[in-house]
Design a protein around this ligand. Sequence first.
Ligand code: BG6
Ligand code: MG
Length: 213
Amino acid sequence: PIKACIFDLDGVIVDTAKFHYLAWQRLARELGFDFSEEDNERLKGVSRMDSLNILLEIGGVELEDTKKEELANKKNDWYVELITHMDKSEILPGTTEFLTLLKEADIKISLGSASKNAKMILEKIGLLHMFDAIIDGTDISKAKPDPEVFLLGAKALNVEPSECVVFEDAVSGVEAAISAGMYVIGVGSKETLHRANDVVQSLAEMTLDRLAK
Ligand code: BG6
Ligand code: MG
């Protein structure tokens, strides 16, 4: 039986990818190169510092660690500024309804996100109270596709990995869930997320019946 659902944040619950993209693009411009939307796909699910490293690789820029630290902070300041006015209206379709169904069915809910801004975002969109556990970028030492983030979620909820279902929009996140021994439902395109056990376009397609399967 399914005892818990673990949700990624960015791209599953809320569409923050566009704000991450704008902030990275601003940084790329400042460094003197262009950063396309296609390249941005590579940053989904990836930690802040790993994202910066990919960005610098794309721009052919090499920097010292202290400078990288500074740029990562700068990007985050811009990102936080962009999401200041974020509210309930940014919640992706079907999310609140599905979380409510899970609560009614007594299925535990955890967050499994790489973001260090996760709690603040959940607070802004008014969903923080729905979560029984929150595992985010401040709790993990190994980024997705490492299963750590999801295994910590199962542990916090006191359930077995085989009793968990993960919802993910990133390829790295789908791999992390598979490595954790969890059933994974991709949120996005079937082609990109072909390794997932099931794929929906948004949580609006989710029902308890589909979950039980
Ligand atoms: C992931 C996003 O959820 O969190 C990435 O998909 C982001 O794009 C990562 O880089 C880290 O987020 P933050 O908020 O800690 O910079
Ligand atoms: Mg994501």
